[in-house]
Structures are given as C-alpha cells and as structure tokens.
Design a binder for this molecule. Structure first.
Ligand code: 6LW
Length: 547
C-alpha cells in the first residue's frame, strides 16, 4: 500500500474518464482547441500515467479551424467492449452548431490508430457509453432542457439511447432519466452509467464546473430507469468547505474497479493559490470509493478529496513526476506537445531536441493556426526556458514564449530584430480588445495592435543570434527574463517584467482551460519569411515533491 499525492495528473487534465482492460487502466480527458486531441493515458496503478497516443491525431480527422479558445473537444468517455476501445466525445464550435456534435471513435489498440469520427444524431455534450450484459450499447449524455436557448444557464437533462453496433446509429426510443429536479440541483453533466450486482447506477456532475461543482448518484433496476437519487446527494463536493479550501470544484467523476475488487473514482478539481484562483486549471484527482448499502461512498471516512490517497501496489513516485514529467529539455518526441487547431507537425518540425518553427502570419490573438507549440503548465512553481536561435528571424517578425489562457488572455515574452539588435518585449493581452488594463504606454509596442499591453522591454546585442527567454513561476508571480549565453557560460539573467498568473486563470477570464506555456513565432499578419529554432526546458522547482 502506497500513499500517493493528489492530483495524479497535475495541470489541465479536466473531465477525466477511465476504464480498465486486464491489468491496465486507460484515461482520456478534454483538450478543447489543442491538437493532438484527447490524450489516451495508460497506467498500471492509477497513479503513474503515460500518454500512449491521442484519439484525434491525424490532420483532417476533425476540423478545429476557427474554433475559439475553450471550444473544441469536450469531456470524452473511454470504454472497452472486450474487443475494441470506444471513445465518445463532443466537438463544440461556439460559432457553428452544425459543425459540432457528438461522435464515436474506435480502436483495437488504445495507442491508435483511432477510426475517423462516427457522428451521432443527438445534441448536447458529455456523451458516455455503457455496454450492458446482453451486449447492447447505450449512449447517454446531457443537454439543455430547452434546446433553443444558446446558453448553458438553464436546466439540463440526461438522455439514454441505444446504439446499433452494426449501423453505428442511435436507435429506438430516447429515455430521459435525470435532471436537476430530482435532487433540487442544476446542470446534470458528465453522466456515466455502471452496473454493480445487477443494479444500474448513474453518476452525474451537477452545478457546473466551478465552485459549486458536485457528484451525485442515482440507481435503477433497469438501464433505462426510472432512476432514484441517493438521499444523501451530492455524494461528494467541496462547496461547503468554502473558497479558502485548497481544493475546489470537485466533480465530473468516473468509476473503475481494480482487479482486486477495490473501487476508485477519477474526477476533476482545482487547486487554489494566490487567493481564489487556479491558474493550472482543472486537474485529475483520484478518490477511493467503497460500496455500502448498495450505494458508492466517495472518500469513505473523510468525505473530501484526500491530499494523499492509499493505492494498493502503486508506485511511490509523487504525481507529476511521471516518466514523461522528468525535468529538463522536452524533446519533440514527447507526446505532451500540442499546437493550436492543427497538429504540431503542421506548424513545426523536430530539429534534434528542439523544434524548427517557421514564422506564420497568424498571431496568438485570433482563433487561427499560429506557429505555436506548447505544453501544459503542470506545476505552480516552475522554471521554463526557451533557447532561441533567431538568426533566420526577419525584421517585422517576433518569436518567443507565451503563457496562454486563450486568444484573448495571454502574456508573451518575445524577441524581434531591430536595427541590428534584438529587442525583447513582454506584453500582456487581457480581454477581448487586447487592452483591458491601464498601463504606461510604451511606444515601442504601439505598432502591434491587439498584441497586448506592454509590460517591459530590453535591447540586446544580436551578434550571436542566440538568446534565452525564461519564465519563473513562483505561485502566481511569473518573472519574465532573458539572458544571452556565451561560449563561457549561460549569461547573466535580466529581468524584463513580472506577470501575475491571476490575470490569466478562468476565475478572471472565464472559459475552461488551465495555462499552457509555449513557443511561438509570428509576423503579425504580414507575409512571413523567417524561422526560428527553439529548445524548451521545463524544471519544476521545489525538490522532489512539486507543488
Ligand atoms: C464539460 C462539462 C462542463 O463538457 O465543462 O460545465 C465542460 N461543465 O461537463 C468542459 O470541460
């Protein structure tokens, strides 16, 4: 028995869904506008997760073009029917209802290849899958009670319908099995069906994926209901603990049974720091579950998400210190790399342990396909450096680091060639118009409307064509610096500005994402000609137990 630290997947890994096949567990989560989409992670112990592939990993498999931040791929479910893996998910396009919708992808091997999406003729979000003992497939999901309304502020309901395995089409009548009226709650979401000892259980999130988030459960004698809620609902929430509790927003749970008959839930929650803020976003936590009187009991004896979980046979490695979470240079082969609305291979090419990044006209401020490759910020305290070879960067182009929440909200630290020197600039873009915050006007940044409000700048000799840009996050303070390495050493560090990560979390900005840290290169709408080589290093601070 090992004590394992939560969250088991730190950083933006929301809406987790899990299944077990033999000795292995498989987990998927939401990835919104980032590609490859829907990472498939594998673990022997529910604690150490390795990304083995992605469901959406081919260009053209799904069209994410133009999808705004926090749209895209929402809340997948993963299951195995004894032969194949199934993932069901929703593509949400805030601009175009026609393009989005629910779909299924199939694979013999969780690592892929996954089939092209098979679209389901049913509205709403958070689809899930259930295979009953007769081999029938039941799709269920959540949608607005009044579908004409465009906003998710009204009541939702959970539907169940059979899927014909041969035609892969929904068939038979629809059954509405749950809405908030059953528990005097709002927004039943993330439903998942299970069967235990002949009884059917419906697990659902309620109250939205923020402070009031909760897990509720209902049961029935037949898969199609009627479902009766647990009198103790919600069976897990942190909302009664208040905003000072270090873990908030607990919900969106999925269940799995170990080979030894123990049960666990994976779910999302947020760790607050710097006040009521959670810049890392919604992370995946592990919670033990036992069955009492025919109901699941979450975190028995504790009643809240434990900071440390006892997991039989788990590796003692602290979470976030996975094989793929090793500190240091993150090579292009690392499966955690993502790009925006396109695959990393579309905008960048591996170049040794770094990326060759051709400049693109698209900037970070619009929902285009910028020259961007990035990784989740998985630790509150982290040092990130980007070593840039800018010899091929042209006048009028800029490249550097971005701390990204969305098109509208991000902080950049970039470099541009000017008058035979390199100018380093830090900017903050906040809100729709890119202005948002009063600040001292800096004439050097004026030429780039929408690129953000200036925070600081420096001018550096350009002779070597190499520069290091860095971000040092300590809690919500993010120092932005540069240095110029020489053959004799790393070069002295020069502070450019300090950003506040609270500007960029969803408490401030709205949306569903945690922070990403990436490299980018743009000509801000002008024809692009140059390129850069970037080498990205990620060092969680604070010893062997990352925050
Ligand atoms: C997810 C849904 C939710 O689909 O957030 O508000 C969505 N709740 O369960 C995106 O993570």
């Amino acid at each position: 028995m090992s004590l394992v630290r939560n969250p088991v997947l730190p950083g933006c890994y929301p809406d987790p869904s899990v299944c077990r096949v033999g000795q292995w567990y498989y987990l998927v989560c939401s990835t919104f506008e980032y590609l490859p989409g829907l990472p498939v992670m594998r673990s022997r112990d529910l604690v150490t997760w390795e990304t083995v592939g992605h469901v959406v990993d081919r260009e053209g498999m799904l069209d994410l073009g133009g999808i705004r931040s926090s749209g895209g791929l929402y809340a997948p479910t993963i299951r195995h029917d004894g032969e194949r893996f199934w993932v069901v998910c929703t593509l949400v396009d805030q601009n175009d209802d026609q393009r989005g919708g629910n779909f299924v992808c199939l694979a013999d091997d969780a690592a892929g290849p996954w089939s092209d999406p098979i679209w389901l003729d049913e509205r709403g979000i958070d689809p899930s899958l259930f295979f009953d003992d007769d081999g029938r497939v039941w799709i269920h999901g959540t949608r607005l009670v009044e579908p004409d309304r465009a906003e998710w502020h009204d009541q939702t309901e959970v539907w169940i319908r059979e899927l014909d395995r041969t035609s892969m089409r929904l068939t038979g009548p629809e059954h509405l099995v749950w809405n908030g009226a059953l528990t005097n709650a709002v927004w039943a979401e993330g439903p998942h069906l299970f069967t235990v000892d002949g009884t059917y259980y419906l697990l659902a999130a309620e109250a939205g994926t923020e402070f009031h988030h909760a897990v509720s459960v209902a049961r029935a004698d037949r898969v199609t209901g009627p479902y009766v809620g647990n009198a103790g609902n919600p069976v897990l929430t942190h909302r009664h603990l208040g905003r000072r509790h270090p873990v908030v927003g607990v919900g969106h749970a999925d269940l799995v049974e170990t080979p030894d008959g123990d049960w666990f839930a994976v779910l999302l929650a947020m760790r607050t720091y710097g006040g009521y803020h959670y810049p890392l976003g919604r992370e995946t936590f592990l919670v033990p579950v036992v069955w009492e009187d025919g109901w699941p009991v979450f975190a028995p004896g504790v009643g809240m998400v434990p900071r440390e979980v006892e997991v039989p046979g788990a590796s003692a490695a602290p979470s976030g210190w996975n094989p793929e979470g090793r500190p240091g240079v993150v090579a292009p082969s690392d499966r955690r790399w993502t790009a925006l609305r396109a695959l990393p291979a579309t905008v960048a090419a591996p170049d040794g342990d770094g990326w060759h990044l051709p400049v693109r006209a698209d900037g970070l401020g619009e929902p285009g396909v910028p020259a961007f490759v990035g990784l989740r910020q998985q630790h509150q305290d982290v040092d990130v450096t980007l070593e840039l070879d800018v010899a091929a960067l042209q006048v009028g182009e800029r490249a550097g680091l971005v701390l990204r929440q969305s098109e509208q909200d991000h902080v950049t630290l970039d470099v541009t060639p000017e008058g035979g020197r390199l100018v380093v600039r830090a900017r903050r873009r906040a809100g729709a118009d890119g202005e948002g915050v009063p600040g001292r006007a800096d004439p050097r940044a004026d030429a780039l409307p929408g690129s953000g409000e200036p925070m600081g700048h420096a001018s550096v000799a350009a002779d070597a064509g190499r520069i290091v840009l860095g971000m040092r996050a300590r809690g919500t303070d993010v120092d932005l610096f540069h240095r110029s390495p020489t053959p004799d050493g790393p070069g002295r560090e020069h502070h450019v500005a300090t950003a506040d990560a609270r500007w960029l979390d969803t408490v401030t900005t709205g949306g569903f994402l945690g922070l990403w840290i990436g490299a980018f290169a743009t000509s801000d709408g002008r024809p692009a000609a140059g390129s850069v080589r970037v080498r990205f290093a990620y060092h969680p601070a604070g010893g062997s137990i990352p925050r």
